[in-house]
Write a protein that binds this ligand. Structure first.
Ligand code: ADP
Ligand code: MG
Length: 254
């Protein structure tokens, strides 16, 4: 599924937070959203997963206007992974992932065999099936984020919205999580602070500053010393690994 935001503006408490943002994510692409704290990334993503209604502009999922869909139709299409998933203490891992089936079920209806199978598949996909009966709150940060992905997968989404999904994870789990997202092949938009991970896992980047998109392009076009100085006020050196040709960013310059 293709995501398009067309001139999206969002005001909160009378203040303009996002202004005239236009972006697109092609089917199967992973696109990164970078920018300083407070630049409006989370607010824009909230509009994309339909938590916030834009004050102007349109968001399209393929050729459907997001706000013409019902909440349920939109929840079937879009899975969300945040820094941390709030979940009640008593829930097991399986129960957390079952919540992903909600938009597919009738009111108060019990889990069908199909639902049970989809939940098991989602847990298996993130290698958490053996944790299914464990209380969610007892998991490590990396395990919790894998469960968050499993819950999103149980929705069978066509779009994944990830807002700093790797924030509380050590580097092993950061790479593991993004490798997992990459392996899914689902259209994904991810707000991410680590520019080296953005370089490694995203095909294109949009850069936000003060509520606007100030640059967009391939990772190599965006991750330049000039742009990082302008947007993040840091001195950086950008280069390509001599053997793997992987783009990297080092802070501090010659
Ligand atoms: P980012 O995710 O890039 O760090 P956010 O989208 O969280 O940025 O925030 C952008 C700006 O919007 C911040 O200045 C923040 O204080 C403001 N903001 C976020 N939510 C609200 C709200 N509910 N009411 C008023 N201002 C808000
Ligand atoms: Mg944010």
């Amino acid at each position: 599924m293709k995501l398009t935001a067309d001139q999206v503006s969002i005001a909160l408490a009378g203040q303009s937070i996002v202004q005239g943002v236009t972006l697109d994510v092609e089917s199967g692409e992973i696109v990164g959203l970078i920018g300083p704290n407070g630049s409006g990334k989370s607010t824009l993503l909230r509009a994309i997963y339909r938590m916030l209604r834009p004050t102007a502009g349109r968001i399209w999922l393929d050729d459907r206007d997001l706000w013409q869909l019902t909440a349920r139709e939109s929840a079937k299409r879009t899975g969300v992974v945040l820094q941390e998933m709030p979940a009640s203490f008593e829930l097991t891992v399986r129960e957390v992932v079952q919540m992903g089936r909600t938009p597919h079920k009738g009111m108060l209806s019990l889990d069908s065999e199909k639902d049970v199978a989809i939940v098991a598949q989602a847990l298996d996909r993130v290698k958490m099936l053996s944790f299914a009966n464990q209380p969610y709150h007892t998991l490590s940060g990396g395990e919790k984020q894998r469960v968050a992905i499993a819950r999103a997968l149980a929705q069978q989404p066509k779009l994944l919205v990830l807002d700093e999904p790797t924030n509380h994870l050590d580097i092993y789990y950061q790479i593991e999580l993004l490798t997992l997202v990459q392996s899914l092949g689902i259209t994904s938009i991810v707000a991410i602070h680590d520019l080296n991970l953005a370089a490694q896992f995203c095909q294109r980047l949009y850069v936000m500053k003060a509520g606007r998109v100030v640059a967009s392009g391939s990772t190599a076009e965006i991750l330049t010393p000039e742009l990082l100085a302008e947007v993040f006020q840091v001195r950086a050196t950008c280069g390509f690994h001599p053997i793997t040709n992987q783009l990297y960013v080092l802070y501090g310059s010659l």
